[in-house]
Design a protein around this ligand. Structure first.
Ligand SMILES: [Zn+2]
Ligand SMILES: [Zn+2]
Length: 460
């Protein structure tokens, strides 16, 4: 059960390089919002933040494909994301962006501190370079075959099929994303984050995390047990946060290192906007505060390994994640959502055609909590008609019209008979059950309990 009064909710930052689709909504925004609303209703002090992830190669590649500047891309999609979140009723305290000045300042400060403490250090490295394009090929500028699952279109930073984080040199049959040529390895110098120094600490921290979802725990433990490797956290790229160390002026900080710091920087920005600049500490420097992170499964290692390590290295007093209830994937009629194959239902489209509550209901009753789930159009219609309208809507409508017709107002309570007492007991039981489920981020079960009570109400 949630026992602390201060609840921090961090929700994965969407890249500002394209529209959001239903997979994003089911993966993290909807569960985070349900949890935030539940916590607020039970009197908790909730701080929920996120924002647009505006750096990195996803942005620059989209910009060069369209022949516009990265700034134009992120401005366009940040505006769209912000409007979509509002329409969908995702109740953020702050939805900001990683190009915010406050964010840059805090990322550089954390980088500098970790560097001074020896957790970040320079190292000569070899990186792929395209002689045709005359440039280094960081992250998504390189594609090849995943050594773990054989996916032929794995990207330099991560394989979309198996979710493994990759170093470009792990890939087989590498090619330049821009021109298709085979790149060569060339010497370059980068800053490395000493992830290996956090192995013991992470294992110790994980010991009491028995409330984590099984897949999150297993994934994280396996990662640590396979040995944590130090990771390059700078890139040969022009778009991003400058490295605050002499001699690295032409490099930028790796997008994932910068993005996760957004949870802290957004909290500080929120406090500044409240005109109470120290207020963020009530969540971050409070050992009783509980921190929840909502994200889809491909983002697990960034939130259970990399972000906790950054926090531990930077300031021991900062709160670490309490729970990371990562969701599996939502699929579309049995297929994986895929931008390149045009297989997606885009948020800006669907919110024009359907009521937001209908979308939220179907995604909640069908949430990919412990395994992938499917968006099926006929099921979407059926679940809304048969359940949301047929059961819940019917109950509300019947109760209100009966009351209005017979009394014109809420009547005084009369003598209770056996049926009355039974249904009151049922209501109390369900309310406890639902609270229990919600506090464990078990949203599907909570909604099923509510619907089953509504059904009993219709029989009563
Ligand atoms: Zn793979
Ligand atoms: Zn090339």
């Amino acid at each position: 059960m949630v026992s602390s009064d201060k609840i921090f909710i961090g929700v994965a930052w969407p890249y500002a390089n394209g529209s959001l689709h239903l997979g994003h909504l089911a993966g993290c925004y909807l569960p985070a919002d349900i949890f935030a609303r539940f916590c607020r209703m039970t009197g908790k002090d909730v701080l929920m933040v996120s924002g647009s992830d505006e750096h990195g190669t996803p942005i620059t590649i989209t910009a060069s494909n369209e022949g516009v500047s990265p700034k134009q891309i992120v401005d366009r999609y940040h505006r769209e994301h912000t409007e979509n979140m509002k329409t969908l009723g995702i109740s953020f305290d702050l939805f900001t962006r990683t190009t915010a000045e406050n964010h840059r300042r805090i990322v550089q400060e954390i980088f500098k501190t970790l560097y001074d403490k020896g957790y970040i250090y320079p190292r000569e490295d070899e990186a792929f370079y395209c002689e045709h394009c005359r440039r280094f090929l960081p992250d998504r500028y390189i594609e090849g075959t995943c050594p773990y699952c054989g996916n032929k279109n794995a990207r330099g930073d991560q394989c979309d099929e198996c979710g493994k984080l990759l170093d470009p040199k792990d890939l087989m049959d590498v090619r330049c994303k821009l021109c298709g040529n085979t790149p060569v390895l060339k010497k370059t110098k980068h800053m490395f984050f000493a992830l290996s120094k956090f192995e013991e600490k992470l294992l110790l921290w994980m010991r009491d995390k028995n409330h984590w979802r099984a897949n999150v725990k297993k994934f994280t433990e396996n990662w640590i047990k396979n040995g944590l490797k130090d990771r390059a956290i700078t890139r040969d790229i022009e778009w991003g946060i400058p490295v605050p160390v002499e001699g690295f002026e032409d490099k930028r900080i790796y997008v994932w290192f910068d993005a996760v710091i957004g949870y802290l920087s957004a909290s500080i920005q929120w406090a500044n906007e409240q005109k109470e600049p120290d207020k963020w500490q009530e969540w971050w420097k409070n050992k009783d505060a509980k921190h929840y992170y909502f994200l889809a499964k491909d983002n697990i290692p960034f939130h259970t390994i990399i972000w906790p390590s950054i926090l531990m290295g930077y300031d021991e007093n900062l709160a670490l994640p309490y729970d990371v209830p990562a969701n599996e994937y939502l699929r579309l009629e049995g297929e994986q959502f895929s931008k390149s194959r045009g297989l997606a239902i885009w948020i800006p489209d669907i919110i024009k055609k359907f009521d937001v509550d209908a979308i939220r209901y179907y995604l909640s009753i069908n949430m990919p909590e412990n395994r992938d789930s499917n968006w099926m159009w006929n099921d979407f219609v059926a679940k809304n008609n048969d359940e949301l309208l047929g059961i819940y809507g019917n109950l509300v409508h019947r109760v209100l019209t009966f009351t209005w017709k017979n009394f014109g107002k809420v009547p005084e309570q009369g003598e209770l008979d056996e049926d009355d007492r039974a249904i009151i007991k049922e209501i109390e039981k369900t309310s406890q059950e639902v609270a229990e489920y919600l506090s464990k981020c078990s949203f599907k079960k909570a909604l099923r309990s509510i619907m089953s009570l509504a059904q009993k109400g219709n029989v009563y």
